[in-house]
Write a protein that binds this ligand. Sequence first.
Ligand SMILES: [Fe+2]
Ligand SMILES: [Fe+2]
Length: 227
Amino acid sequence: MATRTRSGTSNRSKSSTSRPERGSTSSQSSESRTRSSRPGNRSAFSWGDNAGPIIAAALGGAAIGFAANYGRKFLIQGMEATIGDWDEILATEHDMALAIFDKMLATDATQTFKRRMLLMKLTHALDKHSHQEEMVVYPALREANEEADADHLEGEHGYIKTFIYELNEMGADASNWLEKVREFRELVSRHAHMEEEEVFPRFKKVLSEEQNAHVTSLVNRDGFWMA
Ligand SMILES: [Fe+2]
Ligand SMILES: [Fe+2]
């Protein structure tokens, strides 16, 4: 048993010099109006003289956004990395997903916003989790001649996605929403149990300390990009 513990530049001003516009006042040529409405004869799409600070602010905002995103990833995956080995990280993620299911099962049909938010959270959690298993753990299982289990588990991930699809399609106020969530939880619980109680411990037993550390680092790396 495993120990718990994602300018153009306009040339329109040139043509306006040869063709006066209808309804223009006699003393003002279209050229002069064009000039007056476009200081410095710039295209409407060109950057102004004062664009520097705007660009700097935009780049600054983007940098803050990247930093915040990376900060979030470091926080999430950093916390998971302290949990322990790859199997312990994945077991903790199973518990987190099951806890979201429990919150979903505690809702009623009037709480559609809450249901949608929880479904989104669950989708993200399962997406990250499945990615770590499908990109690292299951391929490593196949390498260790455990193809049958790896294929079976990966096949079940397909049905997990099918449940998410069905819940999104049926709407959060559907009369059978809770029933569908309950069935979905049972599948995830059974799947997690097989991983934690059978497949992962058996696989971990044949891994050297070095191989185990390598799988853990790969799971952490994949989880970081998916966080
Ligand atoms: Fe899985
Ligand atoms: Fe899993």
